[in-house]
Design a protein. Structure first.
Length: 259
C-alpha cells in the first residue's frame, strides 16, 4: 500500500483501540463497587481483626482514585483488542515465518502480563500482612484510598512488566544474539541478578514479595533456557536443506546443459 493508505490503516486501528478503551473504562467505572470489593480483598485478609475500610482525606481523592483505577482496569480488560489491532497492522509487512513468530510473541506477551498481574495480586496480601503488623499491637493502621490503590496498581504493573522478561530472552535467542551456550555460562550470575532486580524494584520492603518475584523470574529464566536447549538440539540435527528459508527463492542456473 502507498504511504497514505498506511496512515489511514493506522488511524483506523487507533480508532478501534480508543473506542475499545473508552468502553472498558466506562464498564469499570459503572462496575466500580464489585471491582472495589475485589481489589480491597488483600487488605481485608491482611487485617482480619480490624475493619478493612479505607479512609479519604481529600474532597476529590475518591473521584480521582475511582477514575484512575477505572482507566487502568479498562487498559487491562481491553488488552486483547489493542494487541490484536497492533498485530493486524504489523503482520501484513512480515514474511510467513515472521508472522508466525509475531503472533506467538503477542499471545505470549499478553498471557505473561496477565499471569504476572495475577501473581502480583496474590502476593500483595502476604506483603501487607507483614507491613501492617510490623509496628506491634499498639498501632492502628488506617490506609487512605489513594495510597492503597497506588500501591496495589504499582505492584500489579511491576509483576506484569517483569513477566515480559521471557519474551525478550526468547527473542534474543531466536535472533542468535543470546545462544544456549552463553545462557548456560550466565546461569549463576543471571539468577543473582534476577533476585537483585526483584529486591530493588519491589516497592514494599517485606522479604516475601521480592522472594516471590525472584523465584518466579528464576523459573521463567529456566524455561527460557529449556527453549534455547530445544532449539540448539534441533539446529544441531538439522540438515543443509532445512537451513534454507521458505521465503527465499531457489537458485536456478541459467547456463544451458551440454547435449
Amino acid at each position: 500500500m502507498p504511504l497514505v493508505e498506511h496512515i489511514r490503516e493506522l488511524r483506523r486501528r487507533l480508532l478501534v483501540c480508543a473506542l475499545a478503551l473508552v468502553v472498558g473504562v466506562i464498564a469499570c467505572y459503572v462496575l466500580w463497587e464489585p471491582l472495589f470489593h475485589f481489589l480491597r480483598e488483600p487488605y481485608c485478609k491482611a487485617n482480619p481483626e480490624r475493619s478493612c475500610d479505607l479512609i479519604v482525606t481529600g474532597v476529590f481523592d475518591a473521584f480521582n482514585t475511582k477514575l484512575r483505577v477505572s482507566f487502568i482496569g479498562g487498559v487491562v480488560v481491553t488488552s486483547p483488542v489493542w494487541l490484536y489491532q497492533l498485530g493486524a497492522f504489523i503482520t501484513p509487512a512480515l514474511h510467513k515465518k515472521e508472522r508466525r513468530y509475531a503472533a506467538g510473541f503477542l499471545a505470549g506477551a499478553l498471557a505473561l502480563f496477565l499471569t504476572g498481574c495475577t501473581l502480583g495480586f496474590l502476593s500483595v496480601g502476604h506483603g501487607l500482612k507483614i507491613l501492617l503488623h510490623i509496628a506491634g499491637p499498639g498501632v492502628q493502621n488506617l490506609l487512605t484510598l489513594d495510597k492503597y490503590f497506588s500501591f496495589l496498581t504499582l505492584m500489579l504493573l511491576l509483576f506484569g512488566v517483569a513477566f515480559e522478561f521471557p519474551v525478550i530472552v526468547v527473542f534474543l535467542n531466536l535472533t542468535g544474539l543470546l545462544t544456549f551456550e552463553r545462557m548456560m555460562r550466565w546461569q549463576r550470575g543471571m539468577v543473582f541478578c534476577l533476585f537483585l532486580a526483584a529486591a530493588v524494584l519491589t516497592p514494599s520492603t517485606d522479604p516475601f514479595t521480592f522472594l516471590f518475584l525472584g523465584l518466579a523470574l528464576t523459573v521463567l529464566w529456566e524455561l527460557c533456557v529449556l527453549v534455547a536447549w530445544v532449539r540448539f538440539r534441533r539446529q544441531r540435527h538439522r540438515g543443509p536443506v532445512d537451513e534454507l528459508s521458505p521465503d527465499e527463492p531457489s537458485y536456478v542456473d541459467p547456463t544451458p546443459s551440454q547435449l
